[in-house]
Design a protein around this ligand. Structure first.
Ligand SMILES: [Zn+2]
Length: 87
């Protein structure tokens, strides 16, 4: 297979997928993709694109759920680590 952009050689690899939308950012670190050995461009298969779109629509529904909540007094409080962890 050759690159859609430069006709270079495509090799199987894994690349990060990053999306920034209103209210959240998402990084999926190791998405299988074809990576151009010449220009570095990457192409995802339809399967991975569909899966990522499913993840995003589910995630957005859940995020809206969180954002629309209101704080009610007297609920028990608990900490949730807000930081990003990196190995
Ligand atoms: Zn290319």
């Amino acid at each position: 297979m050759e690159c859609y952009y430069c006709k270079g050689d495509l090799k199987e690899g894994k690349v990060p997928y990053f999306i920034k939308r209103k209210g959240y950012q998402l990084i999926i670190e190791n998405v299988p993709a074809y990576v151009c050995q010449q220009c570095g461009e990457h192409l995802f298969r339809g399967e991975e694109v569909d899966l990522i779109q499913d993840i995003i629509s589910e995630l957005e529904a859940r995020i809206r759920e969180v954002e629309q909540r209101t704080l009610v007094l007297h609920s028990p409080l608990q900490p949730l680590q807000p930081t990003v962890t990196r190995e």
